[in-house]
Design a protein around this ligand. Structure first.
Ligand SMILES: [Zn+2]
Length: 282
């Protein structure tokens, strides 16, 4: 779907395997930058190259015109198809320095952050062509210029990208979504990143990976809802810790899910990982 002159979005569904044969149905937004050249913001899960290439043909362009793949971070739903797309197109792959290792050795990522069904979601490791640092400006082609903004918390190397031609901010999974399962490695870093993004000149579009594209008032609310979510989760953690103690993190997590009225599937290893990060908060 076309969002603006230079931006199209595709929604890609996938499922994460949970213990007891259950699964968590999710979807991810990946974005196509349509300029003199084509660039992708993330790639969806393994196999998504087909839907991406079909879409590109449908708008009268060619998959071979994809020259750049900009990763917001390296979780399975963002890098799943990167190796296949790079192989088919020769596109240059960009990733933040803090997650280069997780992209180039996906088994290392799986060992350090196990996700159910990882090997079905990720098509393989992929070499980075350019390693990014905070504030770097990327002149991709004459009408696509992006600034990389390091926004860690959800993951160590999360990057948001600002497309200067349209003042559009691609936030990946950096901003938590109200009412959804809170997933981050570091709560305090998530909060600091949200403050950093909120202090940018107000974007015309906020384009997250795990929520629909936002503009106008809805874009404004992404930030306030993100702050509300982070503070609500921390408050629930503090209350749960006082009620059930810290000996059993599953019990803390269960109590938080009730307090926050989160969906029942929230009780999964990724949420426990988020809960653990509150232990570090002073
Ligand atoms: Zn993620």
């Amino acid at each position: 779907m076309k969002i603006s002159n230079y931006i199209d979005v595709l929604n890609i569904p996938f499922s994460v395997k949970l213990p007891n044969d259950k699964s968590l149905e999710r979807s991810v937004q990946m974005y196509i930058l349509v300029g003199e050249q084509l660039a992708l913001i993330d790639t969806g899960v393994a196999g998504s190259e087909k839907v991406i290439f079909d879409y590109i043909e449908s708008i009268g362009r060619k998959p071979k015109e994809i020259k750049h793949i900009l990763l917001t971070h390296t979780h399975p739903d963002h890098i799943g198809a990167v190796s296949a797309i790079k192989e088919a197109t020769g596109a240059k792959v960009y990733v933040h320095a803090a997650e280069q290792a997780w992209l180039e050795d996906t088994e290392k990522q799986f060992a350090e952050r196990p996700v159910g069904g990882f090997h079905e979601l990720v098509g393989g490791s992929c070499k980075a062509d350019q390693v990014l640092h905070d504030g770097e400006v990327l002149h991709l082609c004459h009408n696509l210029t992006l600034k990389a903004i390091h926004s860690p918390g959800h993951s160590a190397g999360s990057v948001s990208y600002l497309l200067q031609q349209e003042n559009a901010l691609f936030t990946g999974d950096a901003i938590p979504v109200k009412g959804d399962i809170p997933i981050y490695d570091d709560w305090a870093q998530s909060l600091a990143s949200l403050e950093k993004l909120e202090n940018l000149p107000f974007p015309a579009f906020v384009l997250p990976a795990w929520d629909s594209p936002k503009t106008g008032k809805d874009a404004e609310e992404v930030f306030s809802h993100g702050f509300d979510m982070l503070y609500d989760v921390h408050q629930a953690f503090c209350e749960a810790k006082d009620e059930v103690g810290l000996a059993d993190m599953q019990a803390v997590a269960a109590s938080m899910i009730t307090k926050l009225q989160l969906p029942a599937q929230s009780m999964n290893p990724l949420f426990i990982r988020s809960v653990m990060s509150h232990l570090k908060v002073r």
